[in-house]
Structure formats: C-alpha cells, structure tokens
Design a protein. Structure first.
Length: 220
C-alpha cells in the first residue's frame, strides 16, 4: 500500500511539474504580445514583474503585470486601446504612451511602433522621460504644415473630430490656447505670406514642454 501511495504521489508530482512547464512558455511569450515588449531589458519580463531574474519572470507582478493578469490568457493577444489608455502604475502617463503605442493600435506580428529609445516601463512609476519634440503648426502630426492642419484644428474644436497628438503642435500662434485663432494663423501664413508659426517653427523639430503631452507625436 505504501508503495502504491508513493507511486501515486510521484505521478501527481510529475503531472504538476509538466503543467508548470507547459505554462512557462506562455510567460516567455507575453513580452511579444505588447509593443516594444523586449526593449527595456532584452527579455521583457521586467515589464510585468518586479524582478526579471527568476526563471520565466517568476517574481511578484508589478502594477502593469497585475493589470495584464486580469485579461491575459497564456499566449493569446491582449493588447488593446483600453489597456493602452490605462495608467497602470499611476504616474500620469498611459501605458500606451510609455510603450510608444498611445492608441493601442499595434497588432501582434507588426513592427514595434514609435521610437524604442523613448520606451519606459508601464509598471514602474516615476521613470524619467526623454523630451518629446514637435513642429509648431503641424496639428495633425503628419510632418508638414498645410491647409489640412487648419481644417484639423477647426474640426477638432467645433466637431470633436480627430486625435490631438500634441497640443503644442496645434497651438500654431504659441499663445497657450487652442482656438480658432490658431487655424487663422496657419491660413494667413500659407496664403498671405504672414510670419510662420513661432519656435520651433513649421520645418524644424524642437522640444515640447516637460511631461507626456507630446509623447504620441510621431513626426520628429
């Protein structure tokens, strides 16, 4: 009887070990399921865990890891606009901005978005941000100041259309407000030869104000 009990225990232990090993690759694959998932430490475990040294990132989950655990199922994709918009670590910077995909539009199999040098950990609050850059007057963040930027500003103000990637870029006259005068300023520059948008100007990129406000601007 003792011999049989020992065999049963050994068999049960083997099943548990096999189950653990079968789940381990799921944790290894998860960095591939978020944009720029391996940019911080090469492995990617540190995105979701407080310590990346244990096998398969087996340390306690950080705040972003806890957020992911609510919806993630092994190797099934879980990155979404909602997860990108969330601020898991409570530092005032959305997860998507920290991972260079502010809209949560990245899909598995696509190239990593944005600038890898700007990636920060969405599970660790208070990480320093590299200064974002922008072009003044390029409201739609397509890399040029044109008629469509004036149209973009008017539609954003009066119809709520479009996504404002950088308020400083849309503040064409640099008066600190976003209003109809910015659209007029662009039109006068383009068609009446008036002065161009102030520093950094419409053709050069310059640093934005500190903070995450222009981190999603992609044209510099």
């Amino acid at each position: 009887m003792a011999f049989m009990s020992g065999k049963i225990l050994a068999f049960g232990f083997a099943l548990l070990l096999a189950a653990f090993r079968s789940q381990a690759p799921a944790f290894e694959c998860r960095p591939e399921l978020i944009p720029n998932g391996r940019k911080i430490d090469g492995r990617g475990c540190i995105n979701c865990h407080v310590d990346a040294d244990p096998p398969w990132g087996g340390s306690p989950r950080n705040l972003f890891g806890q957020e992911i655990e609510k919806s993630a199922r092994f190797c099934e994709p879980f990155w979404s606009p909602a997860l990108a918009a969330a601020d898991s670590d409570g530092d005032g910077i959305p997860n998507g901005v920290e991972l260079e995909d502010p809209l949560g539009a990245w899909k598995l199999g696509e190239p990593d978005p944005g600038n890898p040098e700007r990636v920060t950990n969405p599970g660790v609050p208070g990480e320093p941000l590299l200064a974002a850059e922008f072009r003044r007057g390029d409201a739609d963040a397509d890399g040029a100041v044109a008629l469509r930027d004036a149209t973009f500003i008017l539609e954003f103000i009066f119809q709520g259309k479009g996504i404002l990637f950088c308020r400083s870029a849309a503040d064409a006259n640099a008066d600190g407000d976003l209003d109809i005068s910015d659209a007029i300023f662009i039109l006068e520059h383009l068609f009446l030869g008036r002065a161009p948008p102030p520093s950094p100007g419409p053709h050069s990129c310059g640093p934005a104000a500190p903070g995450p406000s222009c981190r999603s601007y992609r044209s510099c």
